[in-house]
Design a binder for this molecule. Structure first.
Ligand code: APR
Ligand code: PHB
Length: 390
Protein backbone atom coordinates (compact mmCIF):
# COMPACT_ATOMS: atom_id res chain seq x y z
CA UNK A 1 0.00 0.00 0.00
CA UNK A 2 1.12 3.53 -0.72
CA UNK A 3 -0.03 7.00 0.27
CA UNK A 4 1.48 10.48 0.29
CA UNK A 5 0.94 11.30 3.97
CA UNK A 6 0.48 8.59 6.60
CA UNK A 7 -1.25 10.17 9.59
CA UNK A 8 -0.87 8.28 12.86
CA UNK A 9 -3.80 8.98 15.22
CA UNK A 10 -7.45 9.89 14.56
CA UNK A 11 -7.79 12.52 17.29
CA UNK A 12 -8.62 16.10 16.34
CA UNK A 13 -5.04 16.80 15.14
CA UNK A 14 -4.86 13.81 12.78
CA UNK A 15 -8.39 14.15 11.42
CA UNK A 16 -8.10 17.91 10.87
CA UNK A 17 -4.80 17.49 9.03
CA UNK A 18 -6.38 14.72 6.96
CA UNK A 19 -9.30 16.92 6.01
CA UNK A 20 -7.15 19.91 4.99
CA UNK A 21 -4.90 17.67 2.86
CA UNK A 22 -7.82 15.82 1.33
CA UNK A 23 -9.29 19.14 0.18
CA UNK A 24 -5.94 20.03 -1.37
CA UNK A 25 -5.93 16.77 -3.34
CA UNK A 26 -3.21 15.10 -1.27
CA UNK A 27 -3.61 11.40 -0.57
CA UNK A 28 -3.67 10.42 3.11
CA UNK A 29 -4.20 7.35 5.27
CA UNK A 30 -5.14 7.70 8.93
CA UNK A 31 -3.99 4.85 11.18
CA UNK A 32 -5.66 4.73 14.63
CA UNK A 33 -5.18 2.08 17.29
CA UNK A 34 -8.58 2.46 18.99
CA UNK A 35 -12.08 1.92 17.58
CA UNK A 36 -14.12 4.73 16.01
CA UNK A 37 -16.64 4.56 18.89
CA UNK A 38 -13.90 4.82 21.49
CA UNK A 39 -12.33 7.87 19.83
CA UNK A 40 -15.71 9.57 19.51
CA UNK A 41 -16.65 9.00 23.14
CA UNK A 42 -13.67 10.76 24.73
CA UNK A 43 -14.67 13.85 26.73
CA UNK A 44 -12.24 16.74 26.38
CA UNK A 45 -12.30 20.54 26.73
CA UNK A 46 -14.25 22.79 24.41
CA UNK A 47 -13.15 26.41 24.12
CA UNK A 48 -12.14 27.39 20.58
CA UNK A 49 -10.07 30.37 19.52
CA UNK A 50 -11.12 32.29 16.41
CA UNK A 51 -8.10 30.84 14.55
CA UNK A 52 -9.31 27.31 15.34
CA UNK A 53 -12.85 27.96 14.14
CA UNK A 54 -11.43 29.56 10.96
CA UNK A 55 -9.39 26.43 10.33
CA UNK A 56 -12.40 24.14 10.89
CA UNK A 57 -14.25 26.29 8.33
CA UNK A 58 -11.33 25.98 5.90
CA UNK A 59 -11.53 22.21 6.37
CA UNK A 60 -15.24 22.37 5.48
CA UNK A 61 -16.44 21.07 8.86
CA UNK A 62 -17.65 24.26 10.57
CA UNK A 63 -21.38 23.94 9.85
CA UNK A 64 -22.62 22.31 13.06
CA UNK A 65 -20.11 24.28 15.14
CA UNK A 66 -21.66 27.53 13.88
CA UNK A 67 -25.17 26.27 14.53
CA UNK A 68 -24.65 24.70 17.95
CA UNK A 69 -21.55 26.36 19.44
CA UNK A 70 -21.95 29.42 21.66
CA UNK A 71 -19.96 32.63 21.28
CA UNK A 72 -18.52 33.80 24.61
CA UNK A 73 -17.49 37.42 25.01
CA UNK A 74 -16.06 37.10 28.51
CA UNK A 75 -15.03 34.89 31.41
CA UNK A 76 -15.17 35.49 35.15
CA UNK A 77 -12.51 35.16 37.80
CA UNK A 78 -13.67 34.31 41.32
CA UNK A 79 -11.52 34.71 44.43
CA UNK A 80 -11.88 35.79 48.05
CA UNK A 81 -15.68 35.80 47.70
CA UNK A 82 -15.47 38.18 44.73
CA UNK A 83 -16.52 37.70 41.14
CA UNK A 84 -14.85 39.74 38.40
CA UNK A 85 -15.65 39.60 34.69
CA UNK A 86 -12.90 39.83 32.08
CA UNK A 87 -14.50 41.33 28.99
CA UNK A 88 -12.60 39.45 26.31
CA UNK A 89 -14.31 41.26 23.46
CA UNK A 90 -13.64 44.83 24.55
CA UNK A 91 -10.08 44.06 25.65
CA UNK A 92 -9.11 42.44 22.31
CA UNK A 93 -10.71 44.67 19.70
CA UNK A 94 -13.73 42.46 19.28
CA UNK A 95 -12.31 38.95 19.57
CA UNK A 96 -14.33 36.20 21.26
CA UNK A 97 -14.13 32.44 21.83
CA UNK A 98 -16.56 29.71 20.88
CA UNK A 99 -17.70 26.97 23.25
CA UNK A 100 -18.13 23.72 21.30
CA UNK A 101 -17.00 20.33 22.64
CA UNK A 102 -13.92 18.64 21.24
CA UNK A 103 -15.96 15.44 21.16
CA UNK A 104 -18.30 17.10 18.66
CA UNK A 105 -15.40 18.41 16.56
CA UNK A 106 -13.90 14.94 16.36
CA UNK A 107 -17.26 13.55 15.24
CA UNK A 108 -17.71 16.26 12.59
CA UNK A 109 -14.21 15.55 11.25
CA UNK A 110 -14.65 11.76 11.26
CA UNK A 111 -18.01 12.05 9.45
CA UNK A 112 -16.54 14.42 6.85
CA UNK A 113 -13.62 12.06 6.23
CA UNK A 114 -15.94 9.08 5.78
CA UNK A 115 -18.19 11.08 3.43
CA UNK A 116 -15.18 12.08 1.32
CA UNK A 117 -13.97 8.48 1.16
CA UNK A 118 -10.70 9.14 3.02
CA UNK A 119 -8.91 5.98 4.16
CA UNK A 120 -9.07 5.45 7.92
CA UNK A 121 -7.92 2.27 9.62
CA UNK A 122 -9.37 2.00 13.12
CA UNK A 123 -8.27 -0.71 15.56
CA UNK A 124 -4.82 -0.97 13.97
CA UNK A 125 -2.67 -3.16 16.23
CA UNK A 126 1.06 -2.94 16.94
CA UNK A 127 1.60 0.24 14.92
CA UNK A 128 5.28 0.94 14.19
CA UNK A 129 7.02 3.51 12.02
CA UNK A 130 10.36 3.12 10.23
CA UNK A 131 12.73 4.68 7.68
CA UNK A 132 11.66 8.29 8.34
CA UNK A 133 15.29 9.27 7.74
CA UNK A 134 14.71 8.28 4.09
CA UNK A 135 12.34 9.58 1.38
CA UNK A 136 10.16 6.46 1.72
CA UNK A 137 9.08 6.05 5.35
CA UNK A 138 7.02 2.99 6.33
CA UNK A 139 4.13 2.40 8.70
CA UNK A 140 3.46 -1.19 9.79
CA UNK A 141 0.45 -2.47 11.70
CA UNK A 142 -1.80 -5.46 12.19
CA UNK A 143 -5.41 -5.33 10.98
CA UNK A 144 -7.79 -8.26 11.46
CA UNK A 145 -4.81 -10.47 12.26
CA UNK A 146 -2.92 -9.63 9.05
CA UNK A 147 0.34 -7.64 8.92
CA UNK A 148 0.13 -4.52 6.74
CA UNK A 149 2.81 -2.18 5.40
CA UNK A 150 2.17 1.34 4.17
CA UNK A 151 4.86 3.26 2.26
CA UNK A 152 4.54 7.05 2.19
CA UNK A 153 6.40 10.31 1.53
CA UNK A 154 5.77 11.79 4.96
CA UNK A 155 4.55 10.57 8.37
CA UNK A 156 2.47 12.93 10.50
CA UNK A 157 2.71 11.89 14.15
CA UNK A 158 -0.68 12.96 15.53
CA UNK A 159 -0.83 10.10 18.02
CA UNK A 160 -1.07 11.99 21.30
CA UNK A 161 1.18 12.02 24.35
CA UNK A 162 1.50 8.23 24.63
CA UNK A 163 1.83 7.54 20.92
CA UNK A 164 4.43 5.59 18.98
CA UNK A 165 5.87 8.42 16.84
CA UNK A 166 7.78 10.50 19.39
CA UNK A 167 8.83 7.26 21.09
CA UNK A 168 10.41 6.06 17.81
CA UNK A 169 12.87 8.95 17.69
CA UNK A 170 16.31 8.23 19.21
CA UNK A 171 16.41 9.88 22.67
CA UNK A 172 19.56 11.80 21.72
CA UNK A 173 17.67 13.56 18.88
CA UNK A 174 14.93 15.06 21.02
CA UNK A 175 14.93 17.33 24.04
CA UNK A 176 12.04 17.09 26.52
CA UNK A 177 10.84 19.86 28.83
CA UNK A 178 8.36 18.97 31.53
CA UNK A 179 6.57 20.17 34.64
CA UNK A 180 4.23 17.83 36.47
CA UNK A 181 1.81 19.59 38.84
CA UNK A 182 1.03 17.93 42.17
CA UNK A 183 -2.74 17.91 41.52
CA UNK A 184 -5.37 16.97 38.97
CA UNK A 185 -8.86 18.03 37.92
CA UNK A 186 -11.88 15.98 38.90
CA UNK A 187 -14.47 16.71 36.21
CA UNK A 188 -18.21 16.09 36.08
CA UNK A 189 -20.45 16.37 33.03
CA UNK A 190 -24.15 16.87 33.79
CA UNK A 191 -27.31 17.56 31.81
CA UNK A 192 -28.33 20.70 33.71
CA UNK A 193 -28.09 24.37 32.73
CA UNK A 194 -24.73 25.98 33.60
CA UNK A 195 -24.34 28.03 36.80
CA UNK A 196 -23.46 31.13 34.80
CA UNK A 197 -23.82 32.05 31.13
CA UNK A 198 -20.00 32.31 30.87
CA UNK A 199 -17.09 30.31 32.33
CA UNK A 200 -16.11 30.97 35.95
CA UNK A 201 -12.51 30.22 37.01
CA UNK A 202 -12.25 30.17 40.80
CA UNK A 203 -9.29 30.45 43.14
CA UNK A 204 -10.35 29.41 46.63
CA UNK A 205 -8.56 28.41 49.81
CA UNK A 206 -10.00 24.90 49.27
CA UNK A 207 -8.51 24.67 45.77
CA UNK A 208 -9.34 25.63 42.20
CA UNK A 209 -12.80 25.18 40.67
CA UNK A 210 -14.16 25.78 37.17
CA UNK A 211 -17.73 26.15 35.96
CA UNK A 212 -17.84 25.42 32.24
CA UNK A 213 -20.45 24.12 29.82
CA UNK A 214 -21.08 22.33 26.56
CA UNK A 215 -24.46 23.94 25.80
CA UNK A 216 -27.32 25.80 27.51
CA UNK A 217 -28.47 22.45 28.87
CA UNK A 218 -25.16 20.69 29.64
CA UNK A 219 -22.62 21.78 32.27
CA UNK A 220 -19.02 20.78 32.85
CA UNK A 221 -17.58 21.36 36.32
CA UNK A 222 -14.12 20.75 37.73
CA UNK A 223 -12.47 20.84 41.17
CA UNK A 224 -8.76 20.57 41.93
CA UNK A 225 -7.90 17.31 43.73
CA UNK A 226 -4.61 15.70 44.79
CA UNK A 227 -2.99 13.57 42.07
CA UNK A 228 -3.59 10.33 43.99
CA UNK A 229 -7.34 10.95 44.45
CA UNK A 230 -9.85 8.35 43.17
CA UNK A 231 -13.15 8.96 41.38
CA UNK A 232 -14.78 6.32 43.59
CA UNK A 233 -14.31 8.64 46.58
CA UNK A 234 -16.45 11.29 44.92
CA UNK A 235 -20.14 10.46 44.76
CA UNK A 236 -22.09 13.26 43.05
CA UNK A 237 -23.30 14.81 46.35
CA UNK A 238 -19.77 15.20 47.65
CA UNK A 239 -18.66 16.71 44.34
CA UNK A 240 -21.36 19.40 44.24
CA UNK A 241 -20.81 20.16 47.92
CA UNK A 242 -17.12 20.74 47.37
CA UNK A 243 -17.70 22.69 44.15
CA UNK A 244 -20.12 25.07 45.86
CA UNK A 245 -17.78 25.68 48.78
CA UNK A 246 -15.14 26.92 46.32
CA UNK A 247 -17.44 29.39 44.52
CA UNK A 248 -18.77 32.85 45.43
CA UNK A 249 -22.27 32.68 46.95
CA UNK A 250 -24.26 33.79 43.88
CA UNK A 251 -22.55 31.25 41.60
CA UNK A 252 -22.73 28.46 44.20
CA UNK A 253 -26.48 29.06 44.52
CA UNK A 254 -26.88 28.78 40.75
CA UNK A 255 -25.19 25.36 40.42
CA UNK A 256 -27.97 22.92 39.47
CA UNK A 257 -26.86 19.44 40.51
CA UNK A 258 -27.88 16.31 38.64
CA UNK A 259 -26.65 12.78 38.05
CA UNK A 260 -23.19 12.93 36.44
CA UNK A 261 -23.01 11.48 32.93
CA UNK A 262 -19.22 11.40 33.08
CA UNK A 263 -16.76 11.73 35.95
CA UNK A 264 -13.00 11.45 35.66
CA UNK A 265 -9.71 12.76 37.02
CA UNK A 266 -7.10 14.26 34.69
CA UNK A 267 -3.55 14.95 35.87
CA UNK A 268 -2.04 18.34 35.01
CA UNK A 269 1.26 18.67 33.20
CA UNK A 270 3.25 20.96 30.96
CA UNK A 271 5.38 19.19 28.35
CA UNK A 272 7.24 20.13 25.16
CA UNK A 273 9.39 18.01 22.83
CA UNK A 274 11.89 19.81 20.62
CA UNK A 275 12.25 19.67 17.67
CA UNK A 276 8.99 18.54 16.05
CA UNK A 277 10.58 17.30 12.82
CA UNK A 278 12.84 14.27 12.33
CA UNK A 279 13.57 13.75 8.64
CA UNK A 280 10.21 12.84 7.10
CA UNK A 281 8.44 12.53 10.48
CA UNK A 282 6.51 15.56 11.78
CA UNK A 283 4.85 15.68 15.20
CA UNK A 284 1.67 17.70 15.79
CA UNK A 285 -0.68 18.20 18.75
CA UNK A 286 -0.37 16.26 22.00
CA UNK A 287 2.35 14.07 20.46
CA UNK A 288 4.67 17.07 20.78
CA UNK A 289 3.28 19.04 23.71
CA UNK A 290 0.86 19.07 26.63
CA UNK A 291 -0.54 22.06 28.47
CA UNK A 292 -2.48 22.00 31.73
CA UNK A 293 -6.15 22.65 30.82
CA UNK A 294 -6.43 25.91 32.77
CA UNK A 295 -6.09 28.16 29.71
CA UNK A 296 -8.10 25.84 27.39
CA UNK A 297 -5.20 25.80 24.93
CA UNK A 298 -4.69 22.07 24.16
CA UNK A 299 -6.96 21.71 21.15
CA UNK A 300 -6.17 25.20 19.89
CA UNK A 301 -2.45 24.45 19.86
CA UNK A 302 -3.05 21.18 18.04
CA UNK A 303 -5.00 23.19 15.45
CA UNK A 304 -2.25 25.77 14.92
CA UNK A 305 0.36 22.99 14.49
CA UNK A 306 -1.90 21.39 11.91
CA UNK A 307 -2.37 24.68 10.08
CA UNK A 308 1.41 25.12 9.72
CA UNK A 309 1.95 21.50 8.77
CA UNK A 310 -0.86 21.42 6.20
CA UNK A 311 0.47 24.59 4.54
CA UNK A 312 3.98 23.13 4.45
CA UNK A 313 2.80 19.81 2.97
CA UNK A 314 0.64 21.51 0.33
CA UNK A 315 3.73 23.52 -0.68
CA UNK A 316 5.87 20.38 -0.67
CA UNK A 317 3.59 18.29 -2.87
CA UNK A 318 2.47 21.21 -5.06
CA UNK A 319 5.73 23.04 -5.68
CA UNK A 320 8.28 20.45 -4.53
CA UNK A 321 9.47 23.12 -2.08
CA UNK A 322 10.77 22.04 1.31
CA UNK A 323 10.84 25.59 2.71
CA UNK A 324 7.65 25.17 4.75
CA UNK A 325 8.69 21.75 6.04
CA UNK A 326 12.09 23.13 7.04
CA UNK A 327 10.46 26.01 8.93
CA UNK A 328 7.67 23.91 10.53
CA UNK A 329 9.26 23.02 13.85
CA UNK A 330 10.61 26.49 14.62
CA UNK A 331 7.38 28.16 13.57
CA UNK A 332 5.16 25.84 15.60
CA UNK A 333 7.36 25.93 18.70
CA UNK A 334 7.37 29.75 18.81
CA UNK A 335 3.60 29.68 19.28
CA UNK A 336 3.61 26.61 21.52
CA UNK A 337 5.99 28.11 24.08
CA UNK A 338 3.81 31.20 24.45
CA UNK A 339 0.74 29.03 25.04
CA UNK A 340 2.78 26.92 27.48
CA UNK A 341 3.67 30.10 29.36
CA UNK A 342 0.05 31.27 29.51
CA UNK A 343 -1.28 27.87 30.64
CA UNK A 344 1.42 27.58 33.32
CA UNK A 345 0.66 31.12 34.52
CA UNK A 346 -3.12 30.59 34.70
CA UNK A 347 -2.49 27.33 36.54
CA UNK A 348 -0.13 28.98 39.04
CA UNK A 349 -2.54 31.87 39.60
CA UNK A 350 -5.62 29.81 40.34
CA UNK A 351 -4.56 26.58 42.10
CA UNK A 352 -3.56 25.88 45.68
CA UNK A 353 -0.01 24.57 45.51
CA UNK A 354 0.42 21.96 48.28
CA UNK A 355 3.74 23.49 49.30
CA UNK A 356 2.70 27.15 49.00
CA UNK A 357 3.66 29.43 51.86
CA UNK A 358 1.21 32.03 53.19
CA UNK A 359 3.35 34.59 51.36
CA UNK A 360 2.78 32.86 48.01
CA UNK A 361 -0.96 32.69 48.67
CA UNK A 362 -0.96 36.46 49.27
CA UNK A 363 0.89 36.91 45.97
CA UNK A 364 -1.89 35.05 44.12
CA UNK A 365 -4.58 37.22 45.68
CA UNK A 366 -2.62 40.41 44.98
CA UNK A 367 -2.24 39.40 41.34
CA UNK A 368 -5.95 38.60 41.02
CA UNK A 369 -6.82 41.97 42.59
CA UNK A 370 -4.42 43.66 40.16
CA UNK A 371 -6.10 41.88 37.21
CA UNK A 372 -9.40 43.41 38.35
CA UNK A 373 -7.99 46.94 38.61
CA UNK A 374 -5.59 47.18 35.70
CA UNK A 375 -6.79 47.18 32.13
CA UNK A 376 -3.21 46.42 31.03
CA UNK A 377 -3.11 43.28 33.20
CA UNK A 378 -6.57 42.16 32.09
CA UNK A 379 -5.58 42.71 28.45
CA UNK A 380 -2.62 40.34 28.84
CA UNK A 381 -4.98 37.63 30.06
CA UNK A 382 -7.61 38.38 27.41
CA UNK A 383 -5.31 38.42 24.38
CA UNK A 384 -3.81 35.09 25.38
CA UNK A 385 -7.21 33.56 26.19
CA UNK A 386 -8.70 34.43 22.78
CA UNK A 387 -5.49 33.16 21.15
CA UNK A 388 -2.23 34.72 20.04
CA UNK A 389 -1.76 35.29 16.29
CA UNK A 390 -1.23 32.18 14.17
N1 APR B 1 -1.00 4.07 16.84
C1 APR B 1 -2.10 4.65 16.31
N2 APR B 1 -2.83 5.56 16.96
C2 APR B 1 -2.43 5.91 18.19
C3 APR B 1 -1.27 5.36 18.79
C4 APR B 1 -0.56 4.39 18.07
N3 APR B 1 0.53 3.81 18.59
N4 APR B 1 -1.12 5.91 20.01
C5 APR B 1 -2.12 6.77 20.18
N5 APR B 1 -2.92 6.79 19.09
C6 APR B 1 -4.15 7.57 18.87
C7 APR B 1 -5.01 7.72 20.10
O1 APR B 1 -5.85 6.59 20.30
C8 APR B 1 -5.80 8.98 19.78
O2 APR B 1 -7.00 8.69 19.10
O3 APR B 1 -3.79 8.90 18.54
C9 APR B 1 -4.88 9.76 18.86
C10 APR B 1 -4.36 11.02 19.52
O4 APR B 1 -5.42 11.89 19.77
P1 APR B 1 -5.43 12.95 20.97
O5 APR B 1 -4.86 12.33 22.18
O6 APR B 1 -6.80 13.50 21.02
O7 APR B 1 -4.37 14.07 20.51
P2 APR B 1 -4.48 15.24 19.43
O8 APR B 1 -5.21 14.79 18.22
O9 APR B 1 -3.12 15.81 19.34
O10 APR B 1 -5.46 16.28 20.10
C11 APR B 1 -5.07 17.28 20.94
O11 APR B 1 -6.57 16.52 22.59
O12 APR B 1 -5.81 15.87 24.70
C12 APR B 1 -6.41 16.86 23.98
O13 APR B 1 -5.68 18.79 25.10
C13 APR B 1 -5.57 18.04 23.96
O14 APR B 1 -7.34 19.18 23.12
C14 APR B 1 -6.09 18.66 22.76
C15 APR B 1 -6.26 17.61 21.79
C1 PHB C 1 -14.09 22.43 29.62
O1 PHB C 1 -15.19 22.89 29.36
O2 PHB C 1 -13.89 21.21 29.68
C2 PHB C 1 -12.98 23.38 29.88
C3 PHB C 1 -13.18 24.72 29.68
C4 PHB C 1 -12.17 25.63 29.94
C5 PHB C 1 -10.96 25.18 30.40
C6 PHB C 1 -10.73 23.82 30.58
C7 PHB C 1 -11.76 22.91 30.32
O3 PHB C 1 -9.98 26.07 30.68
Amino acid sequence: MRTQVAIIGAGPAGLLLGQLLLRAGIDTAVIERKSRDYVLARIRAGVLEQGTTDLLDAAGVGGRMHREGQIHEGISLAFAGRLHRIDLRSLTNGKTVRVYGQTEITRDLADARDAAGGMTVYEAGEVTIADFGSATPKVRYIKNGAAQELTCDVIAGCDGHHGVCRASVPPSAVQLFERVYPFGWLGVLVDQPPADHELVYANSARGFALCSMRSAARSRYYVQVPTDEHVANWPDDRFYDELRRRLPAQIAAAVTPGPSIEKSIAPLRSFVAEPMRFGRLFLAGDAAHIVPPTGAKGLNLAASDVRYLAQALIEFFGERSEAGLNAYSTRALARIWKAERFSWWMTSLLHQMPEASPFEQKMQLAELDYLCQSQAAATVLAENYVGLPV
